[in-house]
Structure formats: C-alpha cells, structure tokens
Design a binder for this molecule. Sequence first.
Ligand SMILES: Nc1ncnc2c1ncn2[C@@H]1O[C@H](COP(=O)(O)OP(=O)(O)OP(=O)(O)O)[C@@H](O)[C@H]1O
Length: 191
Amino acid sequence: MIEAEGLTKRYGSKVAVNDLSFTARPGTVTGFLGPNGAGKSTTMRMILGLDRPTSGTVRVDGKQYRELREPLRTVGALIDAKWVHPNRSAHAHLRWLARSNRIPVSRVDEVLDMVGLGEVAGKRAGGFSLGMSQRLGIAAALLGDPKILLFDEPVNGLDPKASTGSAASCAGSPTRAAPCSSPATCSPRCR
Ligand SMILES: Nc1ncnc2c1ncn2[C@@H]1O[C@H](COP(=O)(O)OP(=O)(O)OP(=O)(O)O)[C@@H](O)[C@H]1O
C-alpha cells in the first residue's frame, strides 16, 4: 500500500505537487492522470525517495522508501528507462541490482526471459532502442518480485505486441477505483 498525506513539492516558486493525499491499495491499479507538467513524475520520485517533499509524507507499506532494507523486494519501479550505465550489459545491470538487494542471480535470467531480452542479455545497454530499454527497466522492476510496481509511462516505445500484452495482463487483475483527491490524480479502472 502507498499512502500520501499532504504531499507538496516546490521548486523555488514553482509548485509541482500541491497538498496531494491518496491511498493506493493492494490489488488495484492506480493511475496518475494529468497534463504535461501536472506533477505525476514528481509524485513518483517522492514515493521512491528520489525527491524530498517540501511538506507532507508518503509511505510504502508503512515506511519511508529509505527505511526499506531491501526495497526491490517491496516496490519495483521504472521511472527513466535510460537510467542505465551505457557500457554495462543488460545482465550486468540487473546483476548489481540483484546483489544490492540479496536477490539470487538466477532471477536475472528469469526476468530477462520474461521481458523478451534473453537473447541480448550480454549486449551493451547503451545500444538498446527505447523499447528495449523500457523492457530492461520493467525487468529491473520485477527483479525482487515486489508486491508494488510503480511505472512512469512504461509503454513508451514498446511495440504493439508488448503494449497489448501488458493491457491483457491488466484486464485479468482485480481493480477498484480509489478516491481522487486532486485533479491531477485518480485511479481509473484497468482497461
Ligand atoms: N528538478 C526540477 N527543478 C525544477 N522544476 C522541476 C523539476 N522537476 C520537475 N519540475 C517542474 O515540476 C512540474 C511537474 O513536473 P513533472 O515532471 O512531475 O510533471 P509530469 O506530470 O510528470 O509531466 P509529463 O506528463 O510531461 O511527464 C513541471 O512544471 C516541471 O517543470
């Protein structure tokens, strides 16, 4: 579960997120909807401790992200698919993530196969297309088999087959709309 209370982020005089409160409950697909610049990515970065709120709190399973001992086992995230050292192979990138969270290295091969990158596991991530990078980011999010997955525009660059695949798996999930607490935030039913 993710719980935000009065979450606010200002960059100088710019208010990126204004007094946002919401609960993203287990077994639901919760979406952040809003125009460009509405504060969706900033909200996700605050959930993951990559941005510090100006005020308010956000907790993942009752804790701040930085308090999670092996965070990849609780929450898997894809925020920026190009955040990978370009000279590392897909396998090497996932290996260090796995080791940092005491995840068996055997899991690296599993998630690479899941996202269809098994055949290019040894290739430099810097040479990947956007869609391949997105797949690698999704593999990283799945690495710790977490209960919570947090994705920022995950189908950017994915081919129709991959995009439809994610929609199909979504269609089978139990979903429930959570209350909207800000114009920029709501929880649509999975379509
Ligand atoms: N590091 C930063 N420094 C200054 N302003 C920032 C910073 N990060 C984001 N902003 C500003 O905060 C606002 C919200 O940005 P954010 O990236 O969260 O929007 P978004 O809803 O994810 O947009 P998009 O749909 O285009 O991805 C924007 O006005 C943006 O310019």
